[in-house]
Design a protein around this ligand. Structure first.
Ligand SMILES: [Ca+2]
Length: 281
């Protein structure tokens, strides 16, 4: 399955200011070190910093339904919630994070292709890929017959929220902050080492940062919600290795954060495992 790609938005380098003196001083400093080559590749007028790569510490693994095409994952009050995609297979599940067993699941039917989910304002809101609607479930009953869906333009990929807004991805390099009525309040282009980072997918917000899967990549990026700059790259290749030989489309996707335990639940589309991990401070 290929996914169409939305428009690319761009912006200038990380540092638009900075005079010639600072430029020269920094050039001398870099020339004196092994970083000179990197400096030479920096954009004119700006220093490109390289985001460090860190590896998660695997705490345990939990069974994951290998038929679940994971598009959204969140943790709330000792339970996991998972959104699964593909037309005919889309749904929402409530999962016991100790056993991996589904306690409850609802199938969407129709031509819905479900995507990311967020629990915000007393509802679980579930994006759809190209249906143009975000489905709304009363929480914790998970009823959606009494709440009209939100409507939005373009594709839906990942969804999470901070204290006051939804945060959504659509396959581009931009995070869209949406208010409680799902109107766009802010758009933040995301950059990794000074370049636009496309294909932002499943999302999770924690403590000022947005954590994002990147479609077809074995890493998660830690993005400043304020600036859109990637602070760290979280290399998940060990999880991918344990999971076994990759099958097409079954990519790393799904991030949920348990704040109380300071643990992260990471999985992938049709994976056998949900990995519980810690991230370096
Ligand atoms: Ca998530």
């Amino acid at each position: 399955m290929m996914r169409g790609l939305s428009g690319v938005s761009r912006r200038g380098g990380r540092f638009s200011g900075g005079g010639r003196i600072a430029f020269a001083a920094a050039a001398l400093l870099f020339a004196a070190s092994g970083a000179a080559a990197q400096w030479l590749h920096a954009a004119p007028g700006g220093v490109r910093e390289t985001a460090p790569t860190v590896a998660p510490e695997i705490v345990r693994a939990v069974r994951h339904d290998p038929s679940a095409f994971t598009q959204g994952l969140l943790f709330h009050d000792s339970l996991l919630y998972e959104s699964t995609g593909l037309v005919g297979f889309s749904g929402l599940r409530r999962i016991d994070p100790r056993s991996g067993a589904a306690r409850y699941s609802v199938a969407l039917g129709g031509d819905y292709f479900a995507e990311g989910i967020a629990l915000f304002g007393g509802e679980i809101v579930q994006l759809t890929w190209k249906n143009g609607v975000a489905l709304r479930y009363e929480f914790p009953a998970l009823r959606r017959d009494r709440l009209p869906p939100f409507r939005y333009a373009g594709e839906g990929w990942g969804l999470t929220n901070d204290a006051s807004r939804f945060i959504m991805s659509n396959g581009s390099d931009t995070l869209y902050f949406r208010d409680k009525k799902f109107e766009i309040a802010r758009a933040v282009p995301v950059t990794l080492n000074g370049k636009p980072l496309m294909h932002l997918n499943e999302l999770e917000y924690a403590k000022g940062f947005v954590y994002a899967n990147v479609w077809y990549k074995n890493f998660i990026v830690e993005i400043s919600a304020e600036s859109g700059i990637v602070r760290r790259v979280i290399d998940c290749s060990e999880l991918v290795r344990i999971e076994g030989p990759p099958v097409i489309d079954n990519v790393l996707n799904g991030i949920a954060y348990d704040e109380r335990g300071d643990e992260w639940y990471l999985t992938g589309k049709r994976w056998k495992n949900i990995f519980v991990v810690k991230l370096p401070k």
